[in-house]
Design a protein around this ligand. Structure first.
Ligand code: UD1
Length: 417
């Protein structure tokens, strides 16, 4: 298992380019199933989760060829509508194949998903929405089977704005008969990107980015090329890296509008922030102040930034209160940060973080993707050496992380036993 060895205490200065968004690339690659044709997807990050989606497409019968940052996906040969347990276990987002398989073939079968260890993460909203569109769902021995002769448009109200359910239902509705309306839809930028891609294929979707998404079913799609949006969580993580090391980083190739909640908290914590058309510069002239934050669906503060931001708050002056409202069980980084000297108390879904003057290097374990990123950030700021184990979690969502940070003055080595 590879691990990262971080020599802490070095300021990060310079420019970091952002990769394509993992959470946009995954549904877009899954959506290729809907079009029995060839799509070219550009700015696809090299990540383990993307490899799993590639394996999934190939398993179903697609041909996927990587060409630099692009992927050419030919789904003409897809014949299978079953996703094996092994792929579902490797990544929760494999469940994004459900909507497109059902839309194209009228049936899909898959095991319940695995993935990051951050709570129960059920699929009830996906399944209820598909049932409303006429799918028959059977659940047996850990497998879900969905069948429909042809899905029919429906008016669906989501109990909560689930990103994955919104995406799966949008994809299922593209080839359905009639119009589907998804209310209380998630509003994340990745959903807008999925809409833009699907519309390029010939789908008729509007409203993504608002809480009502309308999909008029069409009878067929055609080939298209699409570039994935930049990764706002990756960008946010780099901005925190500048803040936590007292450095000065310009993050380029991002969409600053997608980062507003994170920028607001960085400013509140005392960081200087300059926003350009497609870049953000953050520098740390002052001592950081404690801030309170609550995770919320977009445009609120992203749950995926909770752990990285908490790493920063462990060193801010005063007491911060962090409340996680999106996922239960998303505080696995807390005991690890404590091992580095952080003062954090957990009370249910709330973490009370009392700023300490310094963190010290320790051997810590990543338990999921964003918890892992938080430990890398803490390691950058800590005295002495930090070893982060279970780096495979971090590789799920950050492309060239240590190379990017080392180019800005960090000292991170990857060791493989
Ligand atoms: C996506 C992101 C993930 C991010 C999350 C929230 C991808 C590949 N992953 O995950 O990085 O942390 O959005 O921004 O895009 N829920 C239910 N029933 C359902 C579905 C969800 O109760 O059927 C609950 C979940 O348990 C969770 C909440 O809804 O508490 C939000 O989950 P959801 O938005 O669906 O997250 P994902 O799509 O899995």
């Amino acid at each position: 298992m590879p691990r990262l060895v971080i020599e802490g205490g070095r300021c990060l200065r310079g420019t970091i380019g952002v990769s394509g968004a993992k959470n946009a690339a995954l549904p877009i690659l899954a959506a290729c199933i809907l079009n029995a044709g060839v799509c070219r997807i550009e700015r696809v990050p090299r990540l383990r989760d993307v490899e799993v989606m590639q394996d999934l497409l190939v398993h179903l019968g697609a041909s996927v060829v990587r060409d630099g940052q692009s992927m050419v996906v030919d789904t003409r040969g897809v014949e299978s509508w079953e996703v094996p347990e092994e792929l579902m276990r490797r990544m929760r987002a494999s469940n994004l194949a459900l909507g497109p398989l059902l839309g194209r073939f009228g049936r899909a079968r898959m095991a319940y998903p695995g993935g990051c260890n951050i709570g129960a993460r059920p699929m009830d909203l996906h399944l209820k929405g598909l049932q409303a569109m006429g799918a028959r769902i059977t659940e047996r021995a850990g497998y879900i089977t969905a069948e429909a002769h042809r899905l029919t448009g429906a008016d669906i109200h989501l109990d909560l704005p689930s990103v994955g359910a919104t995406e799966n239902l949008m994809m299922a509705a593209v080839l359905a008969w009639g119009t589907t309306v998804i209310r209380n839809a998630a509003r994340e930028p990745e959903i807008v990107d999925l809409q833009n891609f699907l519309n390029r294929l010939g789908a008729r979707i509007r409203g993504a980015g608002t809480s009502v998404v309308k999909i008029e079913g069409v009878s067929g799609l055609s080939d298209a090329t699409h570039a994935v949006i930049p990764d706002r969580i990756e960008a946010g993580t780099h901005l925190v890296a500048a803040a936590i090391t007292g450095g000065d980083l310009t993050v380029t190739g991002c969409i600053p509008e997608h980062l507003e909640a994170v920028l607001a908290k960085l400013r509140e914590a005392g960081m200087e922030v300059a926003v350009y058309d497609d870049a953000v510069r953050v520098w740390a002239p002052r001592k950081l102040r404690a801030v309170d934050l609550k995770t919320m669906p977009y445009p609120g503060f992203p749950t995926d930034m909770q752990a990285p931001f908490m790493a920063l708050l462990t060193l801010a002056e005063g007491t911060s209160v962090v409340t996680e409202t999106v996922f239960e069980n998303r505080y696995k980084h807390v005991p690890e940060l404590r091992r580095m000297g952080a003062d954090i108390k957990l009370e249910g879904q709330t973490a009370i973080v009392r700023g300490v003057p310094r963190l010290s290097g320790a051997c810590v374990e990543a338990s999921d993707l964003r918890a892992g990123a938080a430990l890398v950030l803490a390691g950058l700021a800590a005295e002495n050496t930090t070893v982060v184990e279970n780096v495979h979690f971090i590789d799920r969502g950050y492309e060239y992380l240590e190379e990017k940070y080392n180019a800005c003055g960090a000292r991170i080595k990857r060791l493989t036993d």
